[in-house]
Design a protein around this ligand. Structure first.
Ligand code: TXA
Ligand code: MG
Length: 357
């Protein structure tokens, strides 16, 4: 962690008269005991901001209804959008899940711990506020060591949505979300930049078919080895307000900067770049692959590989409004593999303002 950021936090704490979250810098390594206070905060019904391998989460004791309600207030989140419960081992899954089918068990064995959320039939002890009254519960076992140790020490499933005010891009480092959330949580665990940068893949098995409700790092091809995979139609298309969606989160506005954005994609690279050039003015910002930076004037690179783009995307989306431009032109990627998750987030960030050529 940069010296300047830690200094900034210490000054903020002094200036606020101490009415701020406790902050722990874990970026240079830590002993598990150091997380005891944060785990106690969870046990006592408080909120802890913590890293996972995907994005940061705002965590609370997932079996404590009053604690979970605080998450919805902190984020300004709609109460019909359910939360994921984060677990540290199989025993914890059994505490909250009514049934694990043979196919679900295979998926757990292969992908847990990791960036996959499985929507299971839930047990009655999971508060309705977590599941938005659904009879299912989303469960994930994070691979990130800080997340794992926190859940294990708290000895309870931790309910945690992405760390952001609802509608904003998810936080992938503490600096980006500090001002947004520091007065809304009790404790901040700083684990540096998250590895993946996009939220987990969310799936639900129905009639032995694996439905992708939200794409992520675990891709269609990764899942295909285990059976038929169906991509929810709302992954790339807008859900109308009266449509029934398998994942309530798909209905909501996400990631959108205030500045108007347009997403452009074509399999024909020349066509795509020509269209982007056509829209470029001296009042636009272009966000593009590193290879294409040379074609534009006011431009930010989102990296080269799909992994780079996934890692950098939310940080870049958060920086757009600071540029004070009239329009942002974003280069799309092929909606395949990790590219499907990237396009799912970009289409929403551009409020479905998408030109496919
Ligand atoms: O990577 C992630 O999943 C991060 C980190 C912190 O683990 N969490 C995250 O949570 O992205 P959130 O709340 O921002 O997104 C959870 C998504 C929402 O779209 C929600 O509607 C869906 O998962 N979801 C949760 N429980 C569900 C359920 N029982 N049935 C269907 N969808 C569910
Ligand atoms: Mg979220």
């Amino acid at each position: 962690m940069s010296f300047l950021f830690v200094f900034f936090i210490k000054m903020s704490i002094i200036l606020s008269g101490g009415f701020m979250a406790d902050y722990l810098d874990l970026t240079k390594g830590y002993q598990k005991e150091e997380l005891k206070d944060a785990a106690l905060t969870i046990k006592q019904g408080g909120l802890v901001l913590f890293p996972t391998e995907t994005v940061y989460g705002i965590g609370a004791d997932g079996l404590n209804e009053e604690a979970v309600k605080k998450i919805f207030i902190a984020k300004g989140r709609a109460s019909d959008n359910p939360l994921i419960l984060h677990v540290s081992d199989m025993k914890m899954i059994e505490r909250i899940v009514a049934e694990v089918t043979p196919l679900e068990r295979k998926l757990v064995e292969k992908f847990f711990p990791g960036p996959l959320t499985i929507v299971f039939k839930r047990k009655g002890n999971v508060p309705n506020v977590v599941t938005a009254n659904l009879d299912t519960v989303g469960v994930r076992m994070p691979e990130n060591k800080i997340a794992h140790d926190l859940i294990e020490l708290a000895n309870t499933p931790i309910a945690a949505p992405s760390a952001n005010i609802s509608g904003r891009p998810s936080g992938t480092n503490v600096q980006d979300i500090f001002n947004e959330l520091n007065d809304k949580v009790n404790y901040i665990l700083d684990g540096g930049e998250t590895k993946i940068g996009l939220e987990s893949t969310v799936i639900r098995v129905i009639d032995n078919k694996i439905n992708i409700l939200r794409p992520g790092k675990i891709t269609y091809d990764d899942l295909k080895e285990f059976g038929e995979v169906v991509v929810s139609p709302h992954v790339l298309k807008e859900a109308s307000s009266d449509e029934v969606v398998l994942s309530p989160g798909m209905k909501y506005k996400h990631y959108a900067p205030k500045t108007k954005c347009v997403l452009i994609y074509s399999d024909d690279k020349k066509k795509m770049l020509d269209k982007m050039k056509e829209l470029e003015t001296n009042n636009t910002l272009v966000i593009t692959n590193e290879d294409n930076v040379k074609y534009f004037n006011n431009v930010i690179s989102y990296g080269k590989s799909l992994e780079d783009i996934s890692h950098n995307l939310f940080k870049i989306l958060r920086s757009i409004d600071k540029e004070n431009k009239e329009l942002v032109i974003i280069e799309g990627v092929k909606a395949e593999g990790l590219g499907l998750a990237i396009m799912n987030r970009l289409i929403r960030a551009c409020s479905h303002n998408y030109i496919e050529l």
